[in-house]
Write a protein that binds this ligand. Structure first.
Ligand code: ME8
Length: 517
């Protein structure tokens, strides 16, 4: 049977900036789902990439004394490096200056032109370069961009327009019939009221600068950067390339577009309308997460309150980094982040709960049973045994339900229920006492087997968020490569820990951090 395709994407980031905690947040979240879907056996395709056209990028290039292409080429490796550092497992990396993309963009707009969805008009109004967004006079707040508060430019151009307003009813029907299309619910309500308030046609070309994909039917017009960028989701999987039709059929539509709440109108209004006009299927879900805030403010380069992913990874390690953002901030809501809370999470959840469980248990296994996994218990389970097994038994289902909603917090909480109970279990059963009495040998072996089994299963479910340490725990349990698991539910069944497997203790996975922050 062919495996079900699961295609998921991050936004493609502007190359005016190097990766920061905000862009890394979306990318890590998307990566955790991609890793989980590989572990549920899906034929997963995870796309990220770069948005390289537009005025903002052209300006950044100019400020740095480079041509736009040179500038993009100098920034792209910075993204690749940081994504590698963060263990981002993307299957492709699209750059909008690539030929495959440009060809697809031209094919798309040529089709909409031929099918009568475009017309020539005159645009007069305001434009926010940092947001690459058009604004009407009445939308400005104190003469500034209503979303980012920065200065706007007045532009007056003859442009091509897309008949976006014709899609109002179809869009409203979409939100009604497929509530999953915009998640969470709060964002869906926002999108619905925006569309109900009336849609204007969209200017899709610019003539006053040239850093973009030329419109094939209009000389001197380059496409507006957003309607170029959105198409990356289809051009990356073969749209516009006759040789890639089969691949395109297999991958499109995407299952989830991950975006920040700042760009939902583009993804939930303009993008589906573009696809409707082209007669293409719509993505299953656009999930808009909240902003990371530091001391209550949106983190942004212009505010100078940006911590770098590199600094934090150096201090906490990559898995702790990934864990912190997905555990401490409710996915979908805004969340305040701080070094203090990061140290707290690290020392509490990772050093005390998870790291400590592994260390003490692997030590005891070495000490009391020569590092060899004992035989699975045969007698009836005690209440404590049964509780531990039950928590492990519920985990696959609870985890799946949480991940379907992209509730990483709940998925990790369910995993922590097991980890915490395994710690409690060891405390209560006290293998160090059982080891003193030869007549309690069988119970000692049962307790160690059960606790090791809980650790094996916990590592499995930690793997999408913390791939390195989970692989390490499996290696220390003498098991195979955790990245080769393609059926997490089956692999997560109780009792699969092989008797006789050799356990090694190793260094602490998350050594406590004592430094002040
Ligand atoms: O908008 N908190 O690119 P961009 C959380 N090129 N997430 C944040 C964040 C913060 N403080 N700051 C940024 C663009 N992000 C377009 C996208 S897609 C077809 C084109 C994340 O480089 C969040 O995902 O400005 C946000 O939507 C994205 O970075 C914006 O990245």
């Amino acid at each position: 049977m062919s495996r079900q395709s699961f295609y998921l994407t991050t936004p493609i980031y502007y190359v005016n900036a190097v990766p920061h905690l905000g862009t890394a947040y979306t990318t890590v979240a998307c990566d955790a789902l991609a890793r989980y879907r590989r572990m549920t056996g899906h034929d997963t395709f995870f796309l990220t990439g770069l948005d390289e056209h537009g005025q903002k990028v052209a300006q950044a290039a100019e400020e740095n004394g480079m041509s736009p292409q040179e500038w993009c080429d100098s920034i792209a490796p910075r993204y690749r490096e940081v994504w590698e550092m963060l263990r981002i497992s993307n299957d492709d990396f699209i750059r909008t200056t690539q030929e495959r993309h440009k060809r697809g963009v031209q094919a798309f707009w040529q089709k909409l032109h031929d099918d009568g969805y475009l017309y020539q008009g005159h645009y007069e109004g305001w434009y926010c370069v940092p947001d690459e967004t058009y604004w009407a006079e009445g939308q400005l707040v104190d003469g500034k961009c209503p979303t980012c508060g920065r200065d706007v430019d007045f532009i007056r151009e003859d442009n091509w327009f897309f008949k976006l307003s014709e899609f109002q009813d179809e869009l409203l029907a979409l939100y009604e019939e497929r509530p999953q299309f915009v998640r969470p619910e709060k964002r869906r309500n926002e999108v619905v009221s925006f569309v109900k308030s009336g849609l204007k046609d969209l200017s899709i070309s610019r003539t006053t600068f040239s850093w973009g994909v030329p419109l094939p039917f209009a000389e001197n017009h380059v496409t507006y950067v957003w309607i170029d960028a959105l198409l990356n989701y289809v051009t990356a999987v073969g749209y516009g390339d006759p040789e890639k039709e089969i691949q395109f059929e297999r991958r499109w539509p995407a299952q989830v577009h991950f975006v920040g709440k700042d760009i939902i109108r583009f993804h939930c209004v303009i993008w589906p309308a573009m696809l409707m006009a082209a007669g293409l299927p719509l993505p299953e879900m656009v999930f808009a997460h909240g902003f990371l805030l530091t001391k209550g403010e949106k983190m942004s380069k212009s505010k100078g309150n940006v911590m770098s992913p590199q600094d934090l990874v150096e201090r906490f390690g990559v898995d702790a980094y990934r864990y912190y953002f997905l555990r401490d901030v409710r996915f979908g809501e805004d969340g305040s982040i701080s070094l203090e809370s990061m140290v707290q999470r690290y020392n509490g959840d990772l050093a005390n709960d998870w790291g400590n469980l592994c260390s003490r248990l692997f030590n005891m296994t070495e000490k009391y049973v020569s590092g060899v996994v004992p035989a699975p218990p045969t007698g009836p389970p005690t209440d404590a045994d049964a509780t531990l097994r039950a928590l492990a038994g519920f985990l696959p289902e609870k985890y799946e339900a949480a991940m379907e909603k992209l509730d990483y917090g709940a998925a990790l909480e369910a995993t922590w229920d097991l980890i915490k109970d395994a710690n409690r279990y060891i405390e209560q059963e006290a293998p160090w006492n059982l080891a003193k009495d030869e007549s309690k040998r069988a119970r000692l072996e049962t307790v160690l087997f059960n606790a090791l089994e809980a650790v094996r299963i916990a590592a499995l479910f930690c793997a999408p968020v913390m791939p390195d340490t989970s692989a390490e725990v499996w290696a220390r349990l003498g098991l195979g490569d955790i990245h080769d698991v393609f059926d997490i539910a089956a692999e997560g069944e109780w009792g699969r820990l092989p008797q006789g497997s050799r356990v090694t203790k190793g260094e602490p996975l998350f050594p406590r951090i004592y430094e002040d922050v």
